[in-house]
Design a protein. Structure first.
Length: 463
């Protein structure tokens, strides 16, 4: 598939900024786009002449950048054809780089597992499993026990729900992918928060929809802009509860007045991680037609790949029709264990929330001490800080950070068109001493950038 010069330019963003010759800055940024998956394997890049014209630079600069990528195995060329994206034969992937013994991984916003509670839930699930043996094990809606447990959970949060309004999925990402397949056609527009969860952006692009970003202000959501954008959209996707990546919580006053003229998906994966005050009521309390997506990956454990959709039975029928393309059901044992967890642990454990609060505060203290010029507002919940650097160095910082003992996700991963080069998402899901060590590594990496260093590692993936 050919990628246009304008599309590449949009992904590159402000690649001209920073030390070193232009061709090196351009090749570094193109390499990051390849390793991030934004320039996918096999994609045909624009010609040197076309890209140079759109970027406002010389063909010599683009040619030198392409040759550098060819030499390092990131592009393949042949006569009279576009250069195509590839990966080196055995590259050090972002995941392996982040798992090195001396590298602290700040790319994943995921808590550790509550071992004893999980073990007990799976023990109970195994006891209950035999009663399912007479069935075929394929259920596109999910087992009755879990659908009822999820419905009861909504009821406890103030939103009466029946089990026929629930479909169980293989995580929230799977739920979003199913909804995108059911509701979108190529070139449909989707309103999104900007920034937002990067895998949501990828999900909409995979069905060839067009994300329509609405900028978030320092205070959060602009209801007027969202309504205006939604008039031209087929769908909206919002994260109002401890937003990923900013941690912001949509005020009740905005929730009450936010009525959009298109179907609206509400991502609730962070909703119960309130570190200050009470968790918010489900968004559908204010917007009854909202399509809710939830999971236990953030509130319990990422390895428990269980999510759900709360919607009208009619919409779930449409989703059920497209589901076979992505899987015939969700593992029964995991569903039984999750039902136990939801009923026996109606809210996140107090000690879990206290630990997250302590880690959030420790991360904030480390930033104040080692990166005092970085602004990172303290959220009332969720798992991450959204840090803003004075200069647009995010992608370069992500490339060099593993050399200084830490892996991070660059800000542009969370936006469209190379935005958020001044931002880095920093999860506080590690112990305080590890967070302090990671911030010291980031400070070293930033100082190295001012000396003109470039990274030898690719950026880590994101969750």
């Amino acid at each position: 598939m050919k990628v246009s010069s304008h599309a590449v330019a949009g992904m590159l963003g402000s690649w001209q900024e920073g030390p070193g010759p232009g061709h090196r800055r351009l090749s570094d940024r193109l390499r990051l786009l390849i390793l991030d998956g934004r320039l996918f394997i096999g994609a045909a890049l624009p010609s040197e002449r076309d890209l140079a014209t759109v970027l406002g630079t010389s063909r010599t600069t683009v040619g030198a950048a392409y040759r550098t990528l060819v030499e390092h195995g990131y592009l393949a060329t042949r006569p009279r054809a576009r250069a195509t994206v590839r990966l080196p034969g055995d590259p050090p992937t972002g995941r392996r780089a982040a798992e090195g013994p001396s590298i602290i991984d700040l790319s994943l916003a995921a808590p550790s597992a509550p071992a004893e509670i999980l073990h007990a839930a799976f023990a109970t699930a195994l006891e209950q499993l035999p009663r399912h043996f007479e069935r075929h094990g394929y259920d596109r809606y999910g087992i009755r026990e879990l659908r009822e447990a999820v419905a009861r959970r909504y009821g406890r949060r103030g939103l009466p729900t029946s089990s026929d309004q629930i479909m169980i999925t293989n995580g929230a990402q799977h739920a979003l992918a199913l909804l995108a397949r059911a509701l979108l056609s190529p070139r449909d527009r989707v309103v999104i928060d900007h920034p937002t969860y990067p895998h949501a952006i990828r999900t909409f692009l995979d069905v060839r929809a067009r994300p329509l970003p609405v900028a978030m202000t320092p205070a959060g959501w602009d209801a007027t802009q969202l309504r205006e954008a939604a008039r031209a959209a087929r769908l909206a996707y919002l994260i109002p509860d401890f937003h990923n990546p900013t941690g912001l919580l949509m005020p009740a006053s905005v929730r009450r007045e936010l009525v959009l003229p298109c179907p609206t998906i509400i991502d609730e994966t962070m909703a119960e991680l309130a570190l200050e005050g009470e968790a918010p009521a489900p968004f559908a309390v204010h917007m009854p037609d909202a399509i809710s997506v939830g999971s236990v990956s953030k509130s319990i454990w990422g390895g428990l790949r269980i999510g759900w959709i709360r919607a009208t039975p009619a919409l779930l029928e449409r989703v059920e029709q497209v589901r076979p393309a992505t899987g015939l059901g969700t593992p029964v044992v995991e569903q039984l264990a999750t039902a136990v967890l939801l009923d026996e642990r109606p809210t996140p454990r107090r000690e879990t929330l206290r630990q997250l609060r302590d880690q959030r505060d420790a991360l904030a203290r480390a930033l104040d001490e080692h990166l005092p010029h970085v602004r990172a507002p303290q959220p009332a919940g969720g798992l991450t800080l959204w840090a803003t650097f004075p200069e647009p160095i995010s992608s370069r910082l992500a490339a060099i950070a593993p050399d200084h003992g830490v892996a991070i996700a660059a800000g542009p991963r969370f936006g469209i068109g190379g935005a958020f080069e001044r931002n880095v998402r920093l999860p506080y899901t590690l112990p305080p001493e590890r967070l302090a060590e990671a911030v010291r590594g980031l400070a070293r990496a930033e100082r190295a950038l001012t000396r003109g260093a470039t990274g030898a590692h690719p950026p880590a993936s994101v969750a």
